[in-house]
Design a protein around this ligand. Structure first.
Ligand code: SAH
Length: 213
């Protein structure tokens, strides 16, 4: 697990690329410059780690494109101490960004192999979530609700009701909704019964699947 000056240079370039694409949040850009993304993917792809591209990881899943991670992180406006639920831990890269932003983080992954791998890996880099959970994100995490922010990093065919109901008033749910491509959708809970909805453009994610595996 080596992180060199060359990797740091590539990370600085990646942050500049993301800034040019419209990422303005300095804390998000700082997190991108700090997190060794090459350690989150198979070492045979190391040369590609700092391109703005999604990549295959174990269990037919992907590590999201850096722009997508930065966009979701910026849109959620995570503040230190925010209680955050992430659905789709995957490689743990988005998890690391949220932890750099100061989130008190709970993250759910449905693929056992990935859950195990990432649970061992993140603490090695010093990233400590409140809890990593092997489970089905469609159900949210009722025992820890309500949350300030909920982020979904897989394409959801519909918006799971439990996720909306586990938001604090004033809280935000950011979820890509759709089958083959998704519309990034932000819900803000205005009152116990009212949600404001914003559609923020097209993205492509692997599907959010029901039940754990
Ligand atoms: N943020 C991750 C994205 C991984 S891809 C990263 O950048 O590495 C999406 C992830 O969501 C996959 O790991 C997939 O297994 C997981 N996933 C899909 N449906 C899920 C569900 N119902 N509950 C929890 N995780 C789910």
């Amino acid at each position: 697990m080596k992180d060199t000056a060359k990797h740091q240079g590539l990370r600085n370039q990646l942050a500049a690329v993301l800034e040019a694409k419209g990422i303005t949040d300095k804390k998000v850009l700082k997190a991108i410059k700090q997190i060794p993304r090459h350690l989150f993917i198979d070492s045979s792809f190391e040369a590609h780690a700092y391109q703005d591209k999604a990549f295959p990881i174990v269990a037919d899943q992907t590590i999201s494109q850096p722009y997508t991670v930065a966009f979701q992180s910026q849109t959620l406006e995570v503040k230190p101490g925010d209680k955050v639920l992430e659905i789709g831990t995957g490689s743990g890269y988005q998890t690391a960004v949220l932890l750099e932003l100061g989130a008190e983080l709970y993250s759910i992954e449905r693929q056992r192999e990935l859950f195990k791998k990432t649970s061992l890996f993140l603490p090695k880099l010093g990233y400590r979530a409140k809890k990593l959970i092997f489970g089905d994100g469609y159900k949210g995490l009722p025992e820890q609700a309500p949350f300030d922010k909920i982020i979904v990093t897989a394409g959801a065919p519909f918006v799971p009701k439990p996720l909306l109901s586990q938001l604090k008033v004033g809280g935000k749910l950011l979820i890509p909704v759709g089958d083959t491509t998704q519309i990034m959708t932000l819900f803000i809970r205005k009152s116990p019964k009212e949600f404001e909805k914003h559609e923020l453009g097209d993205f492509a994610f692997v599907p959010m699947l029901e039940k754990k595996n």
